[in-house]
Design a protein around this ligand. Structure first.
Ligand SMILES: [Zn+2]
Length: 410
C-alpha cells in the first residue's frame, strides 16, 4: 500500500459519497409533486400545501449548493496542501505531540466552522425566517456558536488528548483503553445530558401542576411507569418547530416537552406523544441505542488501531511528516463508507422502533390522538408527505407519516 493509492481511495470515497447523496436528493425531489395520499389529505390546506412545496424546493436547492461547496473545500484542501500548512503551524508552535494535535484539530475545526457560518446564517435567518420557523435572535446565534466551540474545546480536546496519551503509553493497545474511556463518558453524558448540557442552551422547568400534568401522571400510573421528572424546555427560543424526547435511564430518566409542543397540541395529543416516548423506554430502545453506539465506537477504534501506524495514511492527505493527528484525518475519510453502512443499519432499527413505540401508545392509550398529533406536527414543520423510498431507506430515522398512520389505523 503506498500513499498515492490511499490518496486516490480518499478522493474516490469523497466523490462517490457526494454523488450518492446528490442522486438520492434528486430522486426525492422527483416525488415532491406526487399526489398526497388519501389518509393525509387533511394535513394541509391549499395554501399551506403550496408553502410546504416551496419549503422542500428551497431546501433542496440550498442543499445542492452547500454539499457542492463542502466537497470543493475538502478536495481543494487535500490537493493544495491545506493539511500540511496547518500541520506546519502546529509543529512550529510546540514540540509536544498532544499540543500539536490539539492545535491541528483546533485550527481545522474552527476554520471549517467559520467558513460555514454564512451557510448556517442563511439557513436560519433567510430560509427558516421566510417560512416562519425562525425565532433565533442574532444574539442567541452568536452565543450558541461560542458555547458550541467551548464545549468542543473542552470535551473534544479532552478526549483527543486522552487518546494520544493512551497511544503513547500503550501503543496499538490504545484502542481498548480509549474504548473504555469513551463508553464511560457516553454513559455519563446520557445519564446527565439534561442536567449538564441542556441548561447551557435552554431554560427548562418542571411541568406545572394542572390538568395536563394530571393526565400524564394518570397515564404513567396506569402503565406502571415511574415518571417523576417531566420538564418543559423553551424550544420557542430558536424555532416554532415542536418536539419531545426521553433522556437518561433508571432514576435519572425524564421526559422533556418543548413549549411549542404544549402550545400546538391538545392535552390528549400530548399524552399520546408521551405514551409513544414511554413505549421507547419500555421496549428498551434507549438501552439498545446506547449499547450499539458503544459497540460501533469499539469497532471504529479497533479499525483505527490497524491503520494508525501506517505512515501512508498521513502522507495521503498531503502532509510531509506522518503523525497520529494527520492519520486520524485520513482514517476518518477512509472509515466514512463504513459509518454510512452502520448509519443505514441504525436507521433501519430506528424505523422499526418507531412502529413499536406507536403500537405501545396505541395499545396503552389511544391511536386517534397520536394520529392527529403526528398530522399537526407534520403540518407545523412543513414535512414532506411524499418522500422517495430510497431516500427514506438511507436517511429516515422515522417512517414516513403515511406509513405510521396506516400502522396506527390498522
Ligand atoms: Zn419515537
Amino acid at each position: 500500500m503506498d500513499s498515492t493509492f490511499v490518496f486516490y481511495c480518499i478522493l474516490i470515497i469523497l466523490v462517490a459519497e457526494f454523488l450518492l447523496a446528490t442522486a438520492l436528493n434528486f430522486l426525492n425531489a422527483q416525488k415532491f409533486k406526487d399526489p398526497v395520499p388519501k389518509d393525509l389529505e387533511d394535513v394541509y390546506n391549499i395554501k399551506e400545501y403550496e408553502k410546504s412545496q416551496a419549503y422542500k424546493l428551497t431546501n433542496y436547492r440550498f442543499g445542492i449548493l452547500t454539499s457542492t461547496f463542502s466537497l470543493a473545500l475538502i478536495l481543494g484542501f487535500i490537493v493544495f496542501g491545506g493539511f500540511n500548512w496547518v500541520d506546519q503551524i502546529a509543529q512550529n508552535s510546540t514540540d509536544h505531540p498532544i499540543g500539536q494535535a490539539l492545535l491541528f484539530f483546533g485550527i481545522i475545526l474552527l476554520g471549517s466552522d467559520i467558513i460555514n457560518i454564512p451557510f448556517t446564517y442563511y439557513q436560519t435567518f433567510v430560509i427558516e425566517e421566510k417560512f416562519g420557523f425562525n425565532k433565533t435572535t442574532h444574539k442567541t446565534f452568536i452565543l450558541d456558536k461560542i458555547k458550541q466551540w467551548a464545549l468542543t474545546l473542552i470535551v473534544g480536546g479532552g478526549i483527543l488528548a486522552l487518546i494520544i496519551w493512551f497511544f503513547q503509553t500503550a501503543g496499538t493497545n490504545f484502542w481498548w483503553y480509549t474504548w473504555i474511556a469513551i463508553a464511560f463518558f457516553t454513559l455519563i453524558v446520557n445519564l446527565f445530558y439534561s442536567k449538564l448540557i441542556v441548561p447551557l442552551f435552554n431554560k427548562q422547568e418542571p411541568l406545572e401542576a394542572g390538568s395536563l400534568k394530571e393526565k400524564i401522571e394518570h397515564y404513567a400510573a396506569n402503565v406502571g411507569f415511574d415518571l417523576k421528572h417531566i420538564f418543559v424546555i423553551n424550544g420557542s427560543k430558536r424555532s416554532t418547530k415542536a418536539n419531545a424526547y426521553f433522556s437518561g435511564f433508571g432514576k435519572e430518566k425524564r421526559v422533556t416537552l418543548y413549549d411549542t409542543l404544549i402550545n400546538d397540541l391538545e392535552e390528549e395529543e400530548i399524552v399520546a406523544v408521551l405514551a409513544h416516548e414511554v413505549g421507547h423506554y419500555k421496549r428498551k430502545h434507549i438501552i439498545f441505542n446506547l449499547a450499539s453506539s458503544i459497540l460501533l465506537t469499539g469497532l471504529m477504534l479497533f479499525l483505527l488501531s490497524l491503520f494508525i501506524n501506517n505512515p501512508e495514511i498521513s502522507l495521503a492527505i498531503g502532509v510531509d511528516r506522518p503523525s497520529f493527528h494527520a492519520a486520524l484525518i485520513g482514517f476518518g475519510i477512509l472509515y466514512s463508507p463504513v459509518s454510512e453502512l452502520t448509519g443505514l443499519l441504525m436507521n433501519y432499527f430506528s424505523r422499526k422502533f418507531e412502529y413499536q413505540a406507536d403500537d405501545y401508545a396505541k395499545n396503552t392509550y389511544a391511536a386517534t390522538p397520536l394520529v392527529t398529533s403526528l398530522k399537526k406536527l407534520s403540518k407545523n414543520s412543513l414535512s414532506n408527505l411524499t418522500p422517495h423510498p430510497a431516500y427514506v431507506f438511507m436517511h429516515y430515522s422515522h417512517p414516513p407519516l403515511i406509513d405510521r398512520i396506516r400502522n396506527l389505523k390498522a
